[in-house]
Design a protein around this ligand. Structure first.
Ligand SMILES: [Zn+2]
Length: 448
């Protein structure tokens, strides 16, 4: 009797589950219909007349080029004459370029370098509120000419970056194409806010705390199940400078890092490692991460291994300059070139010489979204890159880092019509890239 009752309850539960699933499937015709801020691309072809064009393949500008766009893609590029009556966008007084790619952003941060900023966002703002600000940051990124970004963790806002990415993909809000990591990983006791408050006060932590090889594999599985694109780890923290070396404290053991990389790769996802100094960089490179973030100091033998393994380097020099700037402002002095910045410059120059794969990323969000991240291009040229080389890090190289080079990164037939334009010649003045006046994403004009 008991058995029969249990069977009855079971089949009832199964039936109601089935009914619910049916209900959801049948509802698709009546699915919610949110207001979409982004219109579809024009129905007919659009011709963009560019005074000059940097296509990201050649080192030179091409003069008087027409780009034919059909729906969301580039159809043709060259000396075309638009047919009579066709829609033409006249940019003959501007230089066109591929939409820029930012490989290291934080849309969920609105500045974290100044005292109290980080804590205020985690303690005084709900995730819902932070998501609204994140959507305005994404909007700002597009406004600065960044049509694709890789956002490297939400700092305590869970997987809300997955939602921002999806809302952009569904044309609900304006923003760049996004790849996201959700929550980064760090070990117990290493990441704020935890070490900063009294031991008996419960505070949020900006990352997912992960310990041990088994814990590492489980965390990767859990994170990817929420729809993230990348896994991010903090390979080191803190540190001190001696003998022209940035000597940091490693976080994960090599076994833990290897487990994270292996598990992510098994599931066809890749790993970005925050690593700023000697041992953090060494362990990350040894474990075979896919991109190395910051890399303020990279030992010569690790640089060799990075090149051999094809690991991407995403240096972030601007944020260091920003730190020096506001500290000087506060003290009423001139910004000093810090020994740390000298080490970063030396590492950057060695990476260039070694032929490391370098992509453009700034850590924007650490500094506020009210200034264009493109300002870092100036530093990269100051540190030895040619302007064309620097422009490639922020276009084609970024596309390659994201494995999106078939869709973005150059202005070529078949790719998305992600096109920006600026007055003047950025090959003779790279600072112009901070003043983008035209932005088209996927064939839709965002800014003109
Ligand atoms: Zn970052």
């Amino acid at each position: 009797m008991l058995k029969r009752l249990a069977l009855f309850v079971c089949s009832l539960a199964l039936l109601s589950g089935f009914a619910l699933a049916q209900n959801i499937a049948d509802d698709s015709a009546n699915a919610p219909r949110p207001v979409k801020l982004v219109p579809p691309p024009p129905a007919g072809p659009v011709y963009i007349r560019c005074g000059a064009l940097f296509d990201s393949k050649s080192d030179q500008l091409r003069q008087n080029v027409v780009i034919a766009v059909e729906h969301d893609r580039i159809k043709q590029v060259g000396k075309l004459s638009p047919p009579a009556g066709a829609q033409v966008i006249d940019l003959t007084n501007l230089t066109c370029l591929p939409g820029m790619v930012e490989s290291h952003t934080h849309v969920f941060l609105q500045g974290d370098r100044k005292p109290g900023q980080y804590d205020a966002q985690l303690l005084k703002q709900s995730v819902a509120y932070r998501a609204i600000e994140a959507s305005t940051a994404a909007h700002a990124a597009l406004d600065w000419g960044f049509t694709t970004i890789r956002d490297l963790e939400t700092e305590g806002a869970g997987y809300a970056d997955v939602d921002i990415r999806n809302a952009i993909n569904r044309n609900i809000i304006w923003g760049p194409r996004m790849q996201v990591v959700g929550r980064a990983m760090d070990v117990t006791g290493a990441y704020p806010l935890q070490p900063a408050y009294a031991w008996d006060v419960q505070v949020p932590i900006g990352v997912q705390t992960v310990d041990g090889v088994e814990g590492a594999r489980k965390a990767v599985r859990e994170q990817l199940s929420h729809g993230t694109d990348w896994v991010k780890v903090y390979a080191d923290r803190g540190g001190r400078i001696h003998d022209n070396i940035n000597d940091t404290i490693p976080t994960f053991t090599l076994d833990e890092l290897r487990a994270i990389v292996d598990e992510a790769h098994r599931e066809h996802h890749r790993v970005a490692a925050h690593a700023t100094g000697l041992m953090g960089v060494h362990d990350a490179v040894e474990a075979g991460v896919d991109t190395l973030e910051h890399g303020n100091y990279i030992a010569p033998e690790d640089m060799k291994m990075m090149v051999a393994k094809g690991i991407w380097f995403v240096p972030t020099p601007y944020v260091a300059e920003y730190d020096a700037q506001w500290r000087a402002e506060r003290a009423g002095t001139q910004p000093q070139e810090s020994p740390g910045l000298k080490i970063e410059e030396d590492t950057f120059r060695r990476a260039l010489q070694a032929g490391a794969k370098i992509a453009f990323g700034t850590d924007v969000g650490a500094f506020e979204w009210d200034m264009s991240p493109a300002r870092q291009l100036v530093t990269m040229v100051k540190w030895g890159m040619s302007p064309a080389q620097a422009l490639r890090t922020v276009t084609l190289r970024g596309a390659e880092l994201m494995q999106m080079q078939n869709d973005i990164g150059t202005i070529e037939a078949g790719k998305y019509a992600d096109i920006i334009a600026v007055q003047g010649n950025p090959l003779s003045d790279i600072s112009l890239m901070q003043k983008i006046t035209f932005v088209m994403k996927g064939g839709v004009v965002f800014k003109r």
